[in-house]
Design a protein around this ligand. Sequence first.
Ligand SMILES: Cc1cc2nc3c(=O)[nH]c(=O)nc-3n(C[C@H](O)[C@H](O)[C@H](O)COP(=O)(O)O)c2cc1C
Length: 187
Amino acid sequence: MRLVGISGSIRKDSHNTGLLRAAGELLPPGAELELVGIGDLPLYSEDIDTDPAPEPVARFREAVAAAEAVVISTPEYNASIPGPLKNAIDWASRPFDQNPFRGKPVLVVGASTGLFGAVWAQAEIRKIMDHIGAKVLDTELPVGQAHETVAHGLQQEAIWAELERQLAVLVDMTRGAGARLRERVAA
Ligand SMILES: Cc1cc2nc3c(=O)[nH]c(=O)nc-3n(C[C@H](O)[C@H](O)[C@H](O)COP(=O)(O)O)c2cc1C
């Protein structure tokens, strides 16, 4: 099973990208996660939302479309989600009816250097994902003080265990959805 990971941070040493790399190691057998970048996407404007789409946009949409499930790890910027992540989701959300998140299982996690582990940003992403038709898991993984936890391993065991558990739920849900689809096609 192919999963795609989207980090809400385009920072070189991002803790959220680190969390996704860890997720790649914690997946159940048979599942693999590939990261897709969002830093080269132009700022969304309907003026350039053309057919064919700008190359980085086409690449991003195709990466999401090709994945069976998505893991998003987001930091919190000013009690909400970072602009580049919102920009990427806005690009992927069009055309709305056929957007590649529609019907797709999505797990949202997040890391911040504050105490609360980007809980507001995670809630915001879940709201957006629900709005654009994704099957977003009703869970959160707040990784606070990420400069200590993700970067230096403090309390990492408990965080990694919870991440592993949530990934297993995502993979189970995705396998279930795939099996139901195959049954419908065969019927
Ligand atoms: C513009 C800006 C706003 C921020 N606002 C918040 C915030 O509201 N809550 C929070 O916990 N951390 C906040 N932070 C700190 C981020 O959590 C921290 O920079 C984090 O490491 C970013 O994620 P990354 O390591 O994946 O790049 C903010 C950082 C920036 C640059």
